[in-house]
Design a protein around this ligand. Structure first.
Ligand code: SAM
Length: 386
């Protein structure tokens, strides 16, 4: 497998996070010649590409980023929109059907609407359009959501860990709960459904308000999904004994509702339950659901269908991969897909396709958090793309 060590560009002074939007798209949106599905050595067919648009964020969540000393990607190392679309075209031709935009905070990218429009215009081998989804902290949604929806955004996840302003400020190191709540309200007004809210469950932080978070989601016509905290913080301070487990989350919710499991999870990361009022025979379905993403205590790697593209053009087969497959060389014409020659434009798509397969070939059966030799990836979650 051709893999490169994690290399993060550095820049001393703050500056705009990303290139300016391209005025005229240069990459056509017609489907590529179909290529083989992206099947790994364990038979997992890959349908989902997570694309990080920037490593920068308007918040500094303690479980994700350090408060200070972030070594941001250099402006020139962040992929342009043309480059992202080149990767996405090759991926769509190989059967990727969902592009999830993330970061960092994807809405900090100035041309995010352009990115959504161009990805939504891509077609798979069967002619079907790609689905473009986004995970965001929601802060910029009131400004841009209408344009995103018009551009073709299909699904939205908003991260919200607490409803308590002081806790929010301590957890994110920014006093911006009201901005996030305005983002949730904008999302509720939009037609995007299902609307999902993500909350990382944390002991001593928000484990006392899990029910409140679900009630809040229900009131906003959204589905709450609790995430087990993973060892991805930039400070490498994660402690398994401190994390709130799936079992604890369910026990907390069961004090308020009867939970009825929803079968048929497929490759989705979240297990889901229906929320029922009352107990036993008399229990009544509220029509609402809750999800738990138990990445640590009940990993779902066996059904994983995801690949990741970092903002600086590295392919990752797993959140916890310790190696990456470089796409910058083929995108910027310095290295061929086989690692040998320069790449003229006409060959670039094939070269990207070849790199997708190199990345896939190195994908492990599981994330290995429980392995004795587990090493936390060098990048924090913000630089990987959550
Ligand atoms: N800024 C966007 C946001 O807030 O949703 C997108 C990026 S963020 C890295 C994506 C998701 O990863 C968020 O829902 C966040 O809570 C989650 N996340 C970050 N670090 C995590 C960790 N150590 N364990 C579990 N989830 C984490």
């Amino acid at each position: 497998m051709v893999a490169v060590p994690v290399t993060i560009g550095r820049r001393p002074a703050p500056a705009p996070a990303v290139p300016t939007p391209s005025a005229v798209p240069t990459v056509p949106t017609a489907p590529n010649a179909p290529s083989e599905p992206l099947t790994d050595r364990f038979g997992r067919v890959h349908r989902d590409l997570r694309i990080s648009l920037t490593d920068r964020c308007s918040l500094r969540c303690t479980y994700c980023m350090p408060e200070q000393g972030n070594e941001w990607l250099s402006r020139s190392s962040v992929l342009t929109t043309d480059e992202i679309v080149t990767v996405a075209r090759a991926a769509a031709a190989a059967g990727i059907t969902t592009f999830r935009l993330t970061g960092g905070e994807p809405l900090l990218r100035p041309d995010v609407v352009d990115v959504v429009a161009r990805l939504a215009a891509l077609r798979g081998p069967d002619g079907a359009g790609a689905q473009v989804a986004m995970t965001t902290n929601g802060i910029r949604l009131p400004e841009v959501l209408d344009a995103l929806v018009a551009a073709g955004l299909a699904r939205l996840n908003i991260s919200l860990d607490t409803l308590d302003r002081e806790k929010f400020a301590a957890l994110t190191r920014r006093d911006r709960l009201d901005d996030v709540l305005r983002g949730v309200a904008a999302a509720q007004r939009s037609g995007l459904r299902p609307l999902k809210l993500n909350a990382v469950a944390m002991r001593g932080v928000n484990d006392g308000e899990l029910v409140d978070l679900v009630e809040f989601a229900v009131a906003h016509d959204a589905q709450l999904r609790f995430i087990e905290q993973m060892p991805l913080d930039a400070g490498h301070t994660w402690d398994r004994s401190a994390m709130v487990t799936r079992e604890e989350i369910l026990a907390s919710l069961e004090r308020r509702w009867t939970l009825r499991p929803i079968p048929g999870r497929g490759g989705a990361p979240a297990e889901r339950w229906r929320l029922l009022e009352g107990r036993g025979e008399a229990a009544r379905d509220t029509g609402h659901t809750v999800g738990v993403i138990a990445s640590v205590t009940a990993p779902f790697c066996g059904a994983c269908d995801r690949l990741r593209l970092t903002a600086d053009g590295q392919l990752r087969s797993c959140l916890f991969a310790t190696d990456e497959t470089d796409l910058v060389g083929v995108l910027r014409g310095t290295v061929g897909g086989d690692g040998s020659s320069r790449t003229p434009d006409g060959e670039r798509q094939a070269a990207v396709d070849a790199r997708l397969r190199v990345c896939l070939a190195g994908k492990r059966a599981g994330h290995g958090i429980d392995d004795p030799g587990f090493l936390q990836p060098a990048r924090g979650m913000n630089a990987i793309g959550g």
